[in-house]
Design a protein around this ligand. Sequence first.
Ligand code: ATP
Ligand code: MG
Length: 469
Amino acid sequence: MPPRRHRPGLAWQTALATTAVAAVAVLLAGAVSFPLIRGAAESQARATLGRQAEILAGAPGLLSPANRRIDRIFTQQNIQVVVLTAAGRETGVAAGVLTEADRTALSADQPVSRVTRLGGNRVLVEGRALEAGGGVVLVQRESVVGGVAASGSRRILVALLIGLAGAAVAGVVLARRLARPLQRAAAAAHRLAVGERAVRLTPAGPAEVADVAEALNSLAGALQTSEGRQREFLLSVSHELRTPLTAVQGFAEALADGVTTADEVAPTAAVILAESGRLERLVTDLLDLARLGADDFRIDLDEVDLTEVLRAAGTVWAARCADEGVSFTLETPSAPLPVVTDPTRLRQIIDGLAENALRVTPAGSPIVLAARADGGDAVVEVCDGGPGLTEDDCRVAFERSALYDRYRGVRRVGTGVGLALVAGLVARLGGTALADRAAEGGARFTVRLRRTPLAPVTPAPAPPRAGIH
Ligand SMILES: Nc1ncnc2c1ncn2[C@@H]1O[C@H](COP(=O)(O)OP(=O)(O)OP(=O)(O)O)[C@@H](O)[C@H]1O
Ligand SMILES: [Mg+2]
C-alpha cells in the first residue's frame, strides 16, 4: 500500500465547511436581527412613554407638586416630566427640551413624539396636550432602549449559537456518512492493487459515491476476466511453442546420437527446418502483437497497386488450397487499385485471414480472395465455405483469444493471436476490419483501407475493436 499522505480527510473538511457556512448564516442573521431588535425596542419604549404621557394628560391632578408618589415612579424609570402651562411656561428638570414646533403642536392639541439630544444624551420625548391648554411632556434617556435591546439580542445570540452548534454536529454526522462509503471504496482499491480479485462493494451513499463503488466492482470484474484470458493465452502459447520444440529436440537428439541413418538425415533436417519455421512465425506474431502499440513499430508506406498485391497472394493461396482440395477464386478489378500502404503488412493481413479460412474450410468448399474499389476506399475480402461465425462471434472476432477460446476443441485452431494481430495491423494502416457471414456459407472478413491520400497513421492505435465497425 502506498504511504498515506497527510491530507485533511473528507469528513473533517465537510464538517468544517458546514460549520463555516452555518457561522456565516449566524453572522448574517445577527447583523440583520440586532438593528431590528433595537428598532423594535425603541418603538416599544416610545409607545410606553406615550401611554404614560396620555395618562398624565388625562388626569392633570396627578401632576400637582404635592403628589410625590408619581414623582418617585417617574424618577425610578428615569423619566423627567416637563409641564407646559397654558401661559407657555415650562416647569420640570428637563425644561428647555421643547422646541417651538413642539409648543405649536401641543397648543394645537397634537401629540409630540421624537428623539432628540439633551445634555449630550439621546432622549425620547413624548408630549400630550392638556385640556386646559399647554401640555405634559415626558423625557426618557434612550439608554433604556439599549438595555431592552441588549437583553433581546442576548436571547437571539444564544439561539443563534445553539443553532451553530447544532449545524456543526449535523455537519460532522453528515460528513461521516459521506466519507464512510468512500473509505470502503479506497480500501477495496488497495486490496485490488495487492492482487485480491474477489473484492466487491455494495453501492451505498449518494449517487456519485455509489457510482464509484459500481465502477470499482466492474474494474475488479474486468481485471479478473483479463487476467484469466492472459493466463489462458500464456498456456496456449506455451503449448504451441512446446509442440515444435519437442519435435526439433527429438529429431536433433536422434541426429546427435547417430541413431539417424544417412538416408534419414535429409528428411530429419527438413522436419527440424519446418518446425523451427513454425516457431519463428509464432514468435514473430507474438512480437508484432506486443509491439503494435509501441512507437517504434515499423510501417513502411508506399504507393502500391492492391490488384498486384492480391495477385501475388493469390498465386500462393491457389497452390495451398489445391493441396487441400479446396477451390480457390481470385477476384480483382481489371484496372489497377492504387493504395498508399505498407505492402508487407498488408500481405501479413491477407495471409493471416487466408490461413484461418483454409484451416476451417473442408475439401470441395470454396475460398474467395477479392479486391474492389468502394467509393474512397479499397476493400479486400476473404470469404470461405467453412462453418462460419455467429453474430456474437463477429462482435468479438478481433479480441485476442476470444474465438480461439470458443472453438478450441471444436475446430482446428492455431494460437489465437492471428485475428488480434490482423485488427491491430489494419488499425495501424488507418483502416477497419469487419467479420460477418459470406455468401459462400462460411465467414467473410473485410478489410477496408482508405485510398490516397492516406490518413495519418497514429502511433498508438486503440485496441482491436469488436467485429462490426
Ligand atoms: N474464417 C473462419 N471461419 C471460422 N472460424 C474462424 C475463421 N477465422 C478464424 N476463426 C476462428 O477464430 C479463431 C481465432 O483465429 P485467430 O486467427 O485469432 O487465431 P488462430 O488462427 O487460432 O491462431 P493463429 O492465427 O495465432 O495461428 C480460430 O481459432 C478459429 O476458431
Ligand atoms: Mg489465425
